[in-house]
Design a protein. Structure first.
Length: 136
């Protein structure tokens, strides 16, 4: 069994691809069409089970559970305990850390977008001033 320090490092590192994949599939343009299909199905399917299944594919928090289970399984990662309980604990811990990463990334993207809009506004003001000077 790994030392506690190694387990924590594994936890922090395993959460990175989980966050990356979860965000990319549920937010980025490259997966827009399948995401929109799943979104429509989550609203129009007849049975509750079908609607919830498709919803789970459009929510980054929900989707991160699937991705986390996959990575914990292929890595054979166990946290704190060396039996099935270690898998359960590690699965939920990776989900939680991955969603912290997703929150940080989402906030960072929002700040970057806000700064771009502010810069564009300043550039438009500068251009307007230049036009006024040329006209005068």
């Amino acid at each position: 069994m790994m030392s506690l320090g190694e387990q924590i490092i594994w936890l922090l590192l395993l959460a990175i691809p989980v966050a990356c994949i979860s965000w990319t599939i549920t937010h980025e343009e490259v997966f827009r069409e399948p995401r929109e299909y799943c979104q429509r199905r989550s609203e129009t399917c007849r049975t509750l089970l079908e609607r919830k299944f498709f919803y789970l594919l459009t929510c980054e928090y929900c989707f991160s559970h699937y991705v986390s289970a996959f990575f914990v399984f292929i890595a054979g990662y166990k946290l704190l305990l060396n039996d099935w309980r270690g898998y359960l604990i590690s699965w939920l811990a990776v989900v939680w850390i991955a969603n912290q990463y997703i929150s940080i990334f989402g906030r960072l993207r929002l700040d970057i977008k806000r700064e771009r809009v502010e810069i564009e506004g300043v550039q438009e003001e500068v251009e307007a001033i230049k036009e006024e000077k040329r006209a005068a």
